[in-house]
Design a protein around this ligand. Sequence first.
Ligand SMILES: [Ca+2]
Ligand SMILES: [Ca+2]
Length: 183
Amino acid sequence: MVLRLGLLLCVGLPLVLATCQIGWTEYKEDCIWFSQGKKSWNDAEADCRSKTAWLLSDDSQDKHDFLATILNVLRGRGIAEWFIGATDYTFEGSFRWLETGGPLTFTKWAPGQPNGTTVENCLTLKWVDRELLWEDEKCSSRGKRANNNNHTHVHHTHPPPMGMYYYICETRNGDHNSGPVFG
Ligand SMILES: [Ca+2]
Ligand SMILES: [Ca+2]
């Protein structure tokens, strides 16, 4: 899938890939990476951090449209929901971006969302009809042992456990070796 996506990105979008590492997609000053497996939000966040990155901020219409172009292709493969980098775990109802700690000024909530109260504290990007929108979702599959294989099968014989989603990491051009400051 990486190869096909890479090919698609090279052919289908006017990208300059020179300043992002291989496997990352350039958007303005950012480099963006799409997971090939599902994790809980915390594990996804840790995986991004291990790449000197963070879970993505979807903080402008232009960036959202850019993401929609790519995610629409992956949607065709059955990958339709992604964790991104905001949570209201600390203060219920007050989502904050991981990247900046700031509130969500640009928003893309699906109708009726967020609706998860203290049960759903993690932000997902999700296709609702033909629109890519936000929903709050469970951050992990609590209580159940997640099926933790790394296969990227698109078709599941059983639905995936709630709270396990694909995810999107983001970093700045050239930041791979310097490291962002967290906390
Ligand atoms: Ca919540
Ligand atoms: Ca929700």
